[in-house]
Design a protein. Structure first.
Length: 306
């Protein structure tokens, strides 16, 4: 078989590959799908932007869904945790957080996909969430992702050294500094000019560090998606991950005002939820589902979040 081409991983792909490998090696995943009827929710979303002529200030479906998931996490705080687990000693500890930092994959101006940390999204209004997402996207345009990711990778390696992972540190340094797999970072004047950009105008490792959960919006990447994501990885030490799928028309059984069932075409948006089974059981997710039920049955509540 003839070889077409050979592509060596850049630092972003290396980090993703390493983290997802660690995820599947360590975490016993359990997944479930929540099928949200968003027929009325989408109508309410349109109302949010009535009279808004500045497209950059418009509240998107993505932002509303992030807010809904945050509300679900508030109702089920065990899902907004980090896990420390020592399998050899069979010891575990859950760290609960009073804030929600969302790790969210974002397509950069270069076309690359990078996961950024949207800090403290649980306490923000929809308008504030929109501003935070826009600000992150704006700063990404001024950022050299190799530099940002190298900072993150170096910080992760140094933390590993503190935990006694000496061989891991040596192997990572060797893999990133030698041969065709060498990570290319800025040097000389280019490096000086880049780091002269204020940190308020570019992404730093603070924007890439681990969140308290991960939310991927698959529907925004491919709106014509049929079906849903059935399995997604949890990035340790997080204990949950969410995927927002594309909204799709479905024949759905609904109950009318007289209590009779009938079939209607409704807009259904599946939400995929993965949990680390070492830390959570299905019952721990139920409060989140109940909060989703409450919101999707009374979608006008989103007007209060603006």
């Amino acid at each position: 078989m003839g070889k077409f081409k050979k592509e060596h991983f850049g630092i972003a792909r290396k980090i993703v590959s390493n983290m997802t490998s660690e995820s599947w090696e360590e975490i016993p995943h359990a997944t479930m799908i929540y099928e949200a009827d968003v027929t009325e929710l989408f109508k309410e979303c349109k109302k949010l932007n009535e009279g808004c002529t500045d497209t950059s200030k418009k509240i998107t479906i993505n932002t509303v869904m992030l807010k809904i998931i945050c509300e679900g996490l508030k109702a089920a705080p065990k899902m907004n945790t980090h896990l420390e687990f020592n399998r050899r000693l069979v010891r575990g500890c859950l760290k609960y957080y009073d804030h929600i930092d969302i790790s969210m994959p974002m397509i950069l101006p270069s076309g690359e996909m990078m996961t950024v940390n949207l800090h403290d999204m649980g306490s923000k209004t929809l308008t504030e969430m929109t501003e935070a997402i826009n600000d992150t996207a704006k700063r990404a345009k001024n950022s050299d992702m190799n530099e940002v990711m190298y900072e993150v990778s170096l910080d992760n390696t140094l933390n590993g050294l503190k935990k006694g992972k000496i061989m891991q540190a040596i192997n990572r340094l060797y893999g990133s500094k030698t041969g065709k797999h060498k990570v290319k970072t800025l040097t000389g004047q280019a490096k000086k000019e880049y780091y002269s950009i204020p940190v308020t105008e570019r992404l730093t490792k603070h924007d890439i560090e681990q969140g308290t959960t991960t939310i991927s919006n698959l529907g925004s990447i491919y709106r014509e998606q049929k079906g849903f994501c059935a399995l997604l990885e949890i990035i340790p030490p997080q204990t949950t991950a969410f995927a927002i799928n594309a909204a799709q028309k479905r024949a759905t059984v609904v109950t009318d005002e007289n209590g009779r069932d009938k079939i209607e075409v409704r807009l259904i948006l599946p939400i995929t939820i993965a949990i680390d089974h070492r830390a959570l059981d299905y019952g721990d997710v139920v409060p989140c589902f109940k909060k989703f039920d409450e919101i999707f049955e009374n979608p006008s509540v989103i007007q209060e979040w603006k």
